[in-house]
Design a protein around this ligand. Structure first.
Ligand code: FAD
Length: 395
């Protein structure tokens, strides 16, 4: 007999595992499946922002390896900024442990977990979906694609592949006698460590996760930029680079998230919406898991509008968060002569606004409005009343 479920969730990253937890808590019979066996490594900074942590109803103290209260921010053309806050702003996790923890939470809530089991194809049926997987055929009344940026589910549902930008991450361990004290409780972000992007150093319990991210899809030589960044941060003798792995971060296109047949949902990287400035994706994955769990519950209860309500929620989120963040990212990475002047004039204030976003106290829409008040532009930008530094031409 073909196993049959209320919901099948494909992919057990933060989006899928948390969705399976929420569905099971509601008493919905859920199968969670992942092509990998867990715990599995995932190239990721593992920076859980305050707003992501606040979404999770779990004690993360055994999982978070360092709580950061300081940020050192390197800028392109002006002095670096240093910020210190009283409350931790980012909790550092390793994704193998964090994702496994969420999968265990899903299982504790009653979800069935099939690991080492890839979804191959999905067909619409009269009363739901039929999935061919590495572990055989299953049927479900609802299906969720949480299978990451290269989502197979997304393709099976007839959507175009995600557009995505590259990121590269190294796990760097200290050799005997080297300590990590100078990196403890601190995040380093260095803008333009790579063209149209930034480099980061995130401290973990016994090592550092160091990476580079570019918003330029075709930037050549990411590995070269990563090595240059390691050297710039003084990571050479005394450290051992144990792995370097690349992965993609989705950046849209807008308006495709959730636009799938009734009863099918995309979330997390599969839906394509990460923070266009920083590449942060875990917060959006968890938030979408909440939205999909409510929509699936309504769909299973016979509400024909459930899918479109989820689409509306995604669109609202898009216009509140992603669209204004894209505009800011455009300014930061594509118009550096403008963003340099803004950061010179009000860098600390802008970083303060960004802290409000990652703490969940403000949206990017609010930041966009505050950072780009017409008065600010008048004061700061050449041609609008500000003075242009010698030799610097807009272009
Ligand atoms: C280098 C790098 C650094 C990053 N740093 C951060 C950071 O510090 N903070 C942050 O918030 N975000 C960060 N991100 C983004 C973040 O990693 C993603 O947004 C996040 O992992 C999305 O979660 P997800 O559950 O949607 O997908 P994923 O975590 O990608 O999980 C998808 C799962 O689906 C499984 N899968 C794939 N195909 C199939 C299939 N056919 N069948 C079954 N299972 C399948 C995979 O094995 C995987 O387990 C970073 C990304 C990169 C590349």
């Amino acid at each position: 007999m073909t196993p049959s479920f209320d919901a099948v969730v494909c992919g057990a990253g933060p989006a899928g595992a948390y969705l399976a937890h929420l569905l099971s808590k509601k008493g919905i019979q859920t199968l969670l499946m992942d092509k990998a066996r867990f715990p599995r490594y995932k190239p990721c900074g593992g920076g859980l922002t305050r707003r992501a942590i606040d979404l999770l109803p779990f004690d993360l103290s055994g999982i978070v390896e360092d709580w950061t209260v300081k940020a050192r921010i390197g800028l392109r053309s002006c002095a670096p900024l240093a910020i210190e806050v009283p409350e931790p702003m980012i909790g550092m996790v390793m994704r193998d442990r964090f994702d496994h923890f969420l999968v265990e939470k899903a299982r504790e809530a009653g979800a069935l977990f099939w690991e080492g089991c890839a979804v191959g194809s999905i067909e619409r049926t009269m009363d739901g979906f039929r999935l061919e997987t590495g572990c055989g055929v299953v049927t479900a009344r609802c299906v969720a694609g949480a299978d990451g940026v290269m989502s197979r589910v997304r393709r099976c549902l007839g959507l175009s592949p995600n557009t995505a930008v590259p990121a590269l991450e190294a796990e760097v361990h200290p050799r005997r006698g080297t300590d990590l004290d100078r990196f403890r409780m601190t995040v380093d972000f260095d803008f333009w460590a790579v063209p149209r992007g930034y480099g980061w150093v995130f401290p973990k319990a016994d090592h550092l996760s160091i990476g580079v991210f570019s918003t330029d899809r075709k930037v050549p030589g990411m590995r070269r930029y990563l090595h240059a960044y390691l050297a710039r941060k003084g990571i050479s003798h005394g450290y051992e680079v144990r792995s370097i792995q690349g992965h993609l971060i989705p950046t849209g296109p807008p308006g495709t998230a959730g636009v799938v047949p009734s009863g099918a949902f995309l979330l997390g990287d599969a839906a394509g919406l990460c923070d266009p400035i920083t590449g942060e994706g875990i917060y959006h994955a968890l938030r979408q898991a909440e939205g999909v769990s409510c929509a699936m519950e309504r769909h299973l209860a016979g509400d024909a509008a459930a899918s479109s309500l989820y689409e509306d929620a995604v669109r609202r989120e898009f216009s509140r968060e992603i669209r204004p963040a894209r505009r800011l990212a455009f300014l930061l990475y594509r118009m550096p002569w403008v963003s340099d002047r803004l950061l010179e004039a009000m860098g600390e204030r802008i970083m303060g606004y960004h802290l409000d976003v990652i703490a969940g106290r403000a949206t990017y829409r609010q930041v966009f409005r505050k950072a780009l008040l017409p008065g600010t532009l008048l004061r700061v930008l050449p041609g609008f009343g500000g003075s242009r530094p010698d030799g610097m031409m807009p272009g």
